[in-house]
Design a protein around this ligand. Structure first.
Ligand code: GDP
Ligand code: IMO
Ligand code: MG
Length: 430
């Protein structure tokens, strides 16, 4: 069946890029449906590491088309830089292979400056965003003051719209935050010039998706961010400003629910989070350092986008059950199982205690969530390197037990286990 949605189930960085890359050869179109370059999807293919921010993970597969969907926000200059750096790595980035939706929204330097001022004003209550201007760009869109990518077809009009947007933000920066204004003329001139470079990539995303489906093609919708960062279903306000949940794919690309047959949730075998907000199963100190790695390996848990050390914690089944429900997951992919080889015992949260009561229902109310203490069950570790394992059956018994126990707890088939960043370090189950 035609559409597969791939979604992060935790706080991002679950390995969505890697899993998309593994599944990409089954698809004709890979489409990102939300977010911008707050996302960082890392792919390790044949000794090379590729870091993707705007561009879908299908770009590495010859013969596959990639679409940046209408639910995304795009910073033209940073997109052009990403395209250029992929070309330097030998990847063909052309308007035939890569498409940008006409209804995606533009991030301007004013959005970024505004976000900096907002974060500063929040002080200790800052959200700790990626600082890319994502929130203000979505705010402009929802306020009906945004600029759509389609505007780049007319560089003069686009330059004027950018000028007006910058001038407007300058007033806000000056009046509310007493910050320095941007040079609206210079920004508008620059955006005028990039418009003609990006215009050849523009396409109406609904039309592309439906043409693919009519021809019997397979579309893989790749989420940025993740369920617990969703603006509606995540830990508001410690969220991003888009809808990473599966429903976001329908809105962000323009198709209905009946064409979707698989919804794959990607989960790390433990939990990480970058940025602020409650994290019930977080561990600190030596345990966190051991889980994170020291940064000497490309896959150690430091942010792809910001380089920040990720906060580390044990797997949280309460949150995962919630992700199964709100995304309608049909299957689960479990990544980074190899990292747990470092531990003799592996605690997993099976329920929370909140105000003295046990619950296994994820609390949407942030104040309650912030008071949740995890109740753990501890599973035995395996303490041997599994990064070279190529068949599921060859995993140590304790590792298989961990996987199968999670599958039983969540009542969703766990169809893919990842034991390393490489394509070949992927164990398919059934
Ligand atoms: P994404 O944002 O969900 O695509 O995930 P990121 O790319 O930000 O972070 C995942 C990191 O883990 C990347 O460096 C991947 O190359 C790496 N990775 C993915 N799967 C595995 C795995 O099974 N084991 C290990 N060790 N690394 C993995
Ligand atoms: P991928 O696609 C992890 C986090 C930020 C911050 C919050 C809001 O690589 O999984 P934003 O800049 O979006 O307004 O920041 O969301 N965040 C991510 N964390 N992975 C991501 O993307 C993220 N995108 C945003 O750290 O806490
Ligand atoms: Mg990431």
């Amino acid at each position: 069946m035609p559409v597969t949605i791939l979604v992060g189930t935790q706080w991002g960085d679950e390995g969505k890029g890697k899993v998309t890359d593994v599944l990409a050869d089954e698809a004709q179109l890979i489409a990102r449906y939300n977010g911008g370059d707050n996302a960082g999807h890392t792919l390790a293919v044949q000794e090379q590491t590729y870091k993707l921010h705007f561009i879908p993970s299908g770009i590495l597969r010859p013969g596959v088309m990639s679409l940046m969907g209408g639910g995304m926000v795009i910073h033209p200059e940073r997109l052009l830089n990403e395209m250029e750096s992929l070309r330097r790595q030998g990847i063909e980035v052309t308007p035939q292979r890569l498409k940008l939706a006409t209804n995606a929204h533009i991030i301007t330097p004013a959005h970024q400056l505004l976000e900096q001022a907002q974060e500063k004003a929040r002080g200790r209550a800052k959200l700790d965003t990626t600082g890319r201007g994502i929130g203000p760009a979505y705010a402009s869109k929802i306020a009906r003051e945004g600029i759509r990518a389609a505007a780049m077809r007319d560089p003069d009009a686009f330059g004027t719209a950018i000028y007006q947007a910058i001038a407007q933000t300058n007033r806000v920066l000056n009046l509310i935050y007493q910050d320095e204004p941007l040079d609206a003329d210079a920004v508008a001139r620059y955006y005028h010039n990039v418009a003609s470079e990006l215009a050849p990539y523009l396409v109406d995303s609904w039309a592309l998706v439906h043409a693919m489906l009519r021809e019997g093609g397979h579309v893989l919708a790749e989420g940025g961010q993740a369920t617990l960062l969703d603006v509606d279903h995540g830990n508001y306000p410690y969220v991003t400003s888009s809808n990473p949940v599966a429903g976001g794919a329908l809105v962000g690309l323009g198709f209905g629910p009946r064409v979707v047959d698989r919804v794959i949730g990607v989960a790390k075998a433990f939990c990480t989070r970058v940025g602020a907000g409650p994290f019930p199963t977080q561990v600190e100190g030596e345990m966190a350092e051991r889980m994170r790695g020291d940064g000497s390996q490309a896959w150690d848990d430091f942010g792809t986008t910001t380089g920040r050390p990720r906060r580390m914690g044990w797997l949280d089944l309460v949150a995962l059950r919630y992700a199964v429900a709100v995304n309608g997951l049909t299957e689960l992919a479990l990544t980074k199982l190899d990292v747990l080889s470092r531990f003799a015992d592996i605690p997993v949260a099976v329920a929370y205690e909140i105000d003295g009561e046990r619950t296994d229902a994820y609390p949407v109310d942030m104040a309650r969530f912030a008071r949740a203490t995890p109740i753990y069950e501890t599973l035995p570790g395996w303490e041997v390197d599994i990064m070279g394992v190529t068949r599921y059956a060859d995993l140590p018994a304790a590792a298989r037990r961990y996987v199968e126990w999670i599958e039983a707890q969540l009542e969703v088939p766990l169809t893919l286990v990842s034991v390393g960043p490489g394509r070949e370090q992927t164990l398919l189950r059934g």
